[in-house]
Design a protein around this ligand. Sequence first.
Ligand code: GDP
Ligand code: GDP
Length: 444
Amino acid sequence: MLPIVALVGRPNVGKSTLFNRLLRKSRSITHDMPGVTRDRIYGECIMGETRFDLIDTGGMVLESEATPELSKDFEDEIFEQAQEAINEANAIIFVVDGKEGLTPLDRQAAEFVRRSGKPVLMLVNKVDGSEFEAQMTAEFHELGIEFLPVSAAHGYNLHEVRDRVRKYVRDLGLPEHEDDGVEKGLRLTMLGRPNAGKSSIINAVIGKDRLIVSDVAGTTRDSIDVTFEKQGKRYTFVDTAGVRKRANIQDHLEKISVIRALKNSKRSDVTIMTIDITLGVGRQDKRLIDFLAKEKTPFIVVVNKADLVPRNETKQALSLFEEALRVVPHVPVVMTSAHKGVGIGKLLPLAETLAQECATRVGTGELNRIMQAVVEKLQPPVVKRKRAKFYYVTQADEPIPTFVFFCNDHTLVRASYVRYLENQFRKMLGIKSAPVNIVFRSSH
Ligand code: GDP
Ligand code: GDP
């Protein structure tokens, strides 16, 4: 067992954002922990020599914060999880929101955390610009817990957070975990409507009945992540409890599960969106696809249950799915039959390709040569009697290829020209299936 560090704090202070940041930099893996409860998310952090499990409690909802659309049961469950996480943890990262200021809930939570007697690192998050730092953090001194101002979104002070966490973990003096030499593989999230075949696909990929398919309620509730090895690599299906659970819950919880599934997509390397070929693209599917597109999530569309459609009709069926993917033409579509094992073997290699494309890093020199050639081939059109002028382009440190164009005035760049730039850059850099983000900064 690794030392456990729990992220706690009321909802919306930025715990998930922080979780993702801390995991991303340390290239994490999440592992199979049978018996672990419900909605807590575990990730293994490796920071230099130090390894520990980070838990995101998903939001500590205390009594006074009854969100009307949440059932009391659900709320109690989250609360219980936060408490369990604190009990289980060896150290705690307590997060508050510097933009919103100190709330009664923070006071309650601080008390809660203090009572645990465990080492606590308090973070005042959303301190995005240093000029307001003193102002934003002043009132938090009252809690009597030492804190760091941070911005999870912009990365401010996260170096320091890593150093401190590492020190906390080392000071715990727990036995070091041994590296078992298995290469870390990808983290995958399954998304899609109930009954599309997500569990069946997971089973087919893993090749044994690790998840029990169909409507035996509660069978997989206890296992959040399923980790398995294929070709010497360790892969993880993230939050498989969510995969099953969605089939059994009522409407209002359905919404929460979708939000949670989408959060999981952010935590994983590749998302696999599953659609039942016999049902086509429903409204919910379309919404999910649009959301994934908007969020620039690396994803694959799997059109499952191909065995139920006669061979000569599959082409036509597929063209319908491609229509739904018009906003994201780069997204790969794979036809599968979990029952017959068709197409299943393509999934992991495709996910690997996607992840490799996401990891593309290009030097500024090369990017600028490409930009010159591309702009020379087609000048940006004249808008309001002016033409956009690009000074240079750099790649931002983001999980997907993100190219920042510095220009005279970004309002002069039309959507069609953005598409042109994206397509050209894709072609030159060999990025076929991953999302690409083109961003403009004007300097007047
Ligand atoms: P959680 O409920 O505690 O897990 O919070 P989330 O990580 O989901 O974040 C809640 C909201 O705060 C999201 O809209 C985030 O984009 C935003 N957020 C998180 N960190 C920062 C930050 O450092 N600065 C700002 N301005 N917003 C942030
Ligand atoms: P989930 O709710 O998305 O996890 O879906 P399940 O994996 O539980 O599958 C729902 C139902 O569809 C089950 O009865 C499966 O046996 C069936 N199913 C899943 N994949 C296929 C497939 O490729 N072909 C056929 N014919 N049925 C499938």
